[in-house]
Design a protein around this ligand. Structure first.
Ligand code: SF4
Length: 71
């Protein structure tokens, strides 16, 4: 499973960084991003098994649907 934040949709509310603080952070632009992109250009991160539930919770809690989960 992989995840990325759609910057054009994120409003920087911080919900995802609270729910899955080991994966998401607020960047210099005030918007969320994955901490350790595995595909740098796309800002996509492979999500370790132990973090997948938190990432799913964050995606469901995001008020704008900005977190894209890629199976
Ligand atoms: S929960 Fe959604 S809108 Fe809020 S910071 Fe995270 S990606 Fe952005």
């Amino acid at each position: 499973m992989k995840a990325r934040v759609k910057k054009d949709t994120c409003i920087g509310c911080g919900a995802c960084t609270t729910i899955a603080d080991q994966i998401f952070q607020i960047g210099d632009d005030g918007l969320a991003e994955v901490m350790n992109p595995t595909e740098k250009d796309e800002k996509i991160q492979e999500i370790p098994k132990e973090d997948q539930e938190n990432v799913m919770d964050a995606a469901e809690s995001c008020p704008t649907g900005a977190i894209e989960v890629i199976e």
